[in-house]
Write a protein that binds this ligand. Structure first.
Ligand SMILES: [Zn+2]
Length: 301
C-alpha cells in the first residue's frame, strides 16, 4: 500500500489553493483539487494549472529578482528554505506548459536541470517559454553533479548558496538555437509587414479626397519604372524592349532577375514570387509608406 510522504500545495495569484501534488512512497505523484472540506478529489479535469509557489514567483519577478526553476517541489522547498525564490511544475520533466513563462516576466531566470536527458530537455522547454519575457535566462549545469542528480543532491554534497550564485553568475546567458531565432525573426517580419500595411491603408484613406494630392500621385505614377530603378541604385536595366532586368534587392540575386515592364510600369521577381507597381517598388526598397514614396518621388525629398 502506497504511503503519502508529502503534499505540495499549488496556489493562484490570490493565494487560493487550486490543487495539490501528493507524493507517495514507493515514489509516485498524484494531483488533486480541494473538495472544500480539507480533502482532495483525484480529478484535475478543468483545473487551472499554475507554477508552484506562484505568489512568491510573481512578487520576485516584478521586483526583477532571481527566480530558480527546478525539477520537483522538493528542490524548490530546499532553495526556499535557503532564502531563494524558486518554482517548478507538477508532474516533473516534460510537463512545463509554455504559458507558465508569462508568470516569470521581468525575472532573472536561473534554470537548474536534473543531470539526465529529460532534465536537460525540460530546461530548454522552460528557457524557451521565458525567452520573450525574462530579464535574463541561464541554464546552469551544477559542477560535479552525479548522473540523475539534482540541486538537493548538490547541496547535500556540501555546496552552499554563495557557490550556487557564483556558478549562476559565471554561466553564459541562454539563447535559442538557430531554428528558433529564425522563426522569431520571421514572426517579427510578419508583424512589421502587417503594421506597415495597416499604416499604408491609413495614409491612403487620409489623402483620398485631396485633389492636389491626387495630381501628385498621378505624377508619381507616371515616372517610368526604369527611372525609379536607377534612382533606387538597382543599376542600369539590362536587355531591351518592353521587359528589362535589374538585380533584385530582396533576394541573393546573382543575375539580374527583377523584371521591369515599361508599358505597365510594374515589376516582378520570379525567384521571390513578388511584384507590384513602380511606387510599390520604391516603398519596399526605401522602407517607406505610400504617402512618403509619392512625396519623395515628386519633390525629390
Ligand atoms: Zn527577388
Amino acid at each position: 500500500m502506497a504511503e503519502i510522504v508529502a503534499v505540495y500545495e499549488y496556489h493562484d495569484e490570490q493565494d487560493v489553493l487550486v490543487y495539490a501534488s501528493v507524493r507517495f512512497e514507493p515514489k509516485a505523484f498524484r494531483q488533486g483539487r480541494p473538495d472544500g472540506t480539507g480533502g482532495l478529489i483525484w480529478d484535475m479535469t478543468g483545473v487551472r494549472r499554475v507554477p508552484y509557489r506562484l505568489p512568491d514567483v510573481i512578487a520576485a519577478a516584478r521586483a526583477g529578482q532571481a527566480v530558480f526553476v527546478c525539477e520537483g517541489e522538493k528542490d524548490v522547498d530546499r532553495l526556499v528554505s535557503l532564502g531563494l525564490t524558486a518554482t517548478t511544475n507538477a508532474g516533473g520533466a516534460g510537463k512545463w506548459p509554455p504559458e507558465f513563462g508569462e508568470y516569470l516576466r521581468g525575472a532573472h531566470v536561473v534554470i537548474l536541470p536534473d543531470n539526465d536527458g529529460p532534465g536537460r530537455e525540460h530546461a530548454q522547454t522552460v528557457a524557451r517559454s521565458v525567452h520573450d519575457v525574462a530579464a535574463s535566462i541561464k541554464v546552469v549545469e551544477l559542477p560535479g553533479l552525479p548522473a540523475k542528480g539534482d540541486v538537493s543532491d548538490w547541496l547535500d554534497a556540501g555546496h552552499d548558496v554563495q557557490e550556487l550564485f557564483a556558478v549562476a553568475r559565471a554561466a553564459s546567458g541562454w539563447s535559442p538555437n538557430a531554428v528558433e531565432q529564425w522563426r522569431k525573426r520571421q514572426e517579427q517580419l510578419r508583424r512589421k509587414l502587417a503594421r506597415s500595411r495597416a499604416k499604408r491603408k491609413q495614409e491612403h484613406e487620409r489623402v483620398t479626397d485631396d485633389q492636389e494630392w491626387r495630381r501628385r500621385v498621378d505624377r508619381a505614377k507616371a515616372i517610368p519604372i526604369a527611372q525609379i530603378a536607377v534612382m533606387l541604385g538597382l543599376g542600369t536595366p539590362q536587355g531591351n524592349g518592353k521587359r528589362r532586368f535589374v538585380r533584385c534587392p530582396f533576394h541573393q540575386d546573382e543575375h539580374p532577375s527583377l523584371g521591369l515592364l515599361d508599358g505597365e510600369n510594374v515589376w516582378y521577381c520570379h525567384p521571390c514570387g513578388e511584384g507590384g507597381t513602380a511606387i510599390g517598388l520604391y516603398e519596399r526598397v526605401k522602407g517607406v509608406g505610400f504617402a512618403d514614396a509619392v512625396q519623395q518621388l515628386t519633390t525629390g525629398r
